[in-house]
Design a protein around this ligand. Structure first.
Ligand code: SAM
Length: 349
C-alpha cells in the first residue's frame, strides 16, 4: 500500500482548526472517525476472511491510539467508532472507552462514541461497556437461522452467543441496537424476510449492507450484490414499508419503518446508490494509517509521524493535509476500478 510522503510539504489551510470544524477540499465537513483498534478477529466470515490466518499488521497501545484520536477530535471530529478486526478482543477496551467517553468535542458536546462488533463476547461486556460510557453499539449478524449464520462465520456456537450479546446490549440500556447484515446473493439473501421479523421481535434496527469489494479472497462480483431496490421490494411484499426521514445528512442508511410502526430497517447501498457526496468519514487503520476512503489506493502514516516525534500540533497539521486529499467518490464497478490491497478486517469497517 502506497503512502504519500509528499503531503508533508503540501501547503494547507490551517483555518479549519480555528473554526473547530474539519473540511475536505470538496467542502464536506468531516465529523466521523472510525478506528480499527485491532485487526485480529475471532470470526472467519466467508466474505471477509480467507479462512486462513490473514496478514496481521501492528496493533498499537491504547495510549498511542488515544493520542492520535485526540488530534482528530481537537480538529472537529464529533463521532468516534471503535471497530476492527474484532474490538472486543482487546483487553484494554473498557479503559479506552472510559477515557474517550470523558472527552468533549470542539463545540463542547460529549463525544459520540460507538462500537461495531460481531457480538460474540458482548453478553458479558455489554453492561461494563455501558458503565464505561459507551452510548451506541452495532452488532454484525448475517443470518437469522443458526445453520446459515455458522456457514458465514465458520465458528461453531456463534449464533446463540451473538443473539445473547444483542439482548444483553438492549438490556444494558445503550439504546436500540443496530444489527448489520451484509447480503450475498445465493448465500444469505434468503434471510431478508426473517430479518424483518427479527427486527420487530427484538426491537432492533436491522440494516442490510450491499456487499463491497473488500474481502481477502476477492470473491466480489456485481452479480453477488443484492441491490437496495430488490431488498425494498422483497420486504414490502411481506410487511408494507414507509420511508423515514434521515437522522442526519451524512447518514449512510436509507431508513424504513413498517406501516404499523413496529420495527425499523435501514439499507446501506454503497454500490448501487453511493452516498460519497455526503461522506463525513475518515478512518484510522489498526497500524495507525489514515484512510480517507474505504477504497483509497494510498494511506497517510500518522503513526510514523508520531513515532518520529511529531508534536500534537504537527499531528494535526498532518491530519489536515491528509483530509484535504480525501477522494471525491469511490469507483466501484467502473472500468479500471482498483480494489484496495487491504481488506475490511485490516481497514476497519
Ligand atoms: N468484527 C466487527 C464486526 O463484525 O462488526 C467489526 C469489524 S467488521 C470488518 C465491520 C463490518 O464490516 C461488519 O458489519 C461486516 O459485516 C462489514 N463488512 C466486512 N466486509 C464487508 C464487505 N466486503 N462489504 C460490506 N460490508 C463488509
Amino acid at each position: 500500500m502506497a503512502t504519500l510522503p509528499q503531503i508533508d510539504q503540501m501547503p494547507v489551510d490551517l483555518s479549519a482548526r480555528v473554526q473547530g470544524r474539519l473540511f475536505d477540499s470538496h467542502g464536506r465537513v468531516i465529523t466521523d472517525l472510525r478506528v480499527s483498534i485491532t485487526d485480529r478477529c475471532n470470526y472467519k466470515c466467508v466474505y471477509c476472511r480467507t479462512g486462513q490466518v490473514g496478514a496481521q499488521y501492528a496493533e498499537l497501545t491504547t495510549a498511542e491510539y488515544l493520542r492520535m484520536i485526540r488530534a482528530f477530535v481537537e480538529l472537529g471530529i464529533e463521532k468516534v467508532r471503535l471497530t476492527g478486526g474484532e474490538p472486543l478482543l482487546r483487553k484494554d477496551l473498557l479503559q479506552m472507552v472510559r477515557e474517550l467517553s470523558s472527552w468533549r468535542t470542539t463545540s463542547g458536546q460529549p463525544l459520540d462514541l460507538a462500537i461495531t462488533t460481531n457480538g460474540h463476547l458482548l453478553e458479558s461486556l455489554a453492561r461494563p461497556l455501558k458503565e464505561a460510557g459507551l452510548t451506541r453499539i452495532t452488532v454484525s449478524m448475517d443470518a437469522v437461522d443458526e445453520a446459515t449464520f455458522e456457514r458465514v462465520t465458520r465458528i461453531h456456537g456463534s449464533f446463540h452467543a451473538v443473539v445473547r450479546g444483542i439482548r444483553a446490549a438492549q438490556q444494558a440500556g445503550m439504546g436500540r441496537v443496530k444489527v448489520n447484515c451484509v447480503l450475498l446473493r445465493g448465500f444469505n439473501d434468503d434471510q431478508i424476510e426473517g430479518f424483518a421479523e427479527f427486527a420487530r421481535r427484538e426491537d432492533v434496527i436491522v440494516r442490510f449492507i450491499e456487499f463491497m469489494p473488500l474481502g481477502e479472497d476477492r470473491l466480489w462480483s456485481p452479480e453477488i450484490v443484492v441491490p437496495l431496490r430488490e431488498i425494498v421490494n422483497r420486504l414490502s411484499a411481506v410487511f408494507p414499508l414507509l420511508p423515514l426521514t434521515p437522522n442526519s445528512a451524512s447518514e449512510t442508511a436509507r431508513r424504513y419503518g413498517f406501516s404499523d410502526g413496529v420495527g425499523e430497517i435501514g439499507i446501506i447501498a454503497p454500490v448501487t446508490q453511493a452516498f460519497c457526496g455526503a461522506c463525513s468519514r475518515v478512518r484510522l487503520t489498526s497500524d495507525g494509517k489514515i484512510r480517507t476512503c474505504l477504497f483509497s489506493n494510498f494511506e497517510h502514516d500518522l503513526y510514523r509521524q508520531m513515532r518520529n516525534g511529531a508534536s500534537d500540533e504537527g499531528l494535526q497539521e498532518y491530519i489536515l493535509r491528509a483530509v484535504d486529499k480525501k477522494e471525491a467518490r469511490h469507483h466501484i464497478g467502473e472500468p479500471g476500478f482498483l480494489k484496495p490491497s487491504r481488506s475490511m478486517v485490516h481497514i476497519g469497517g
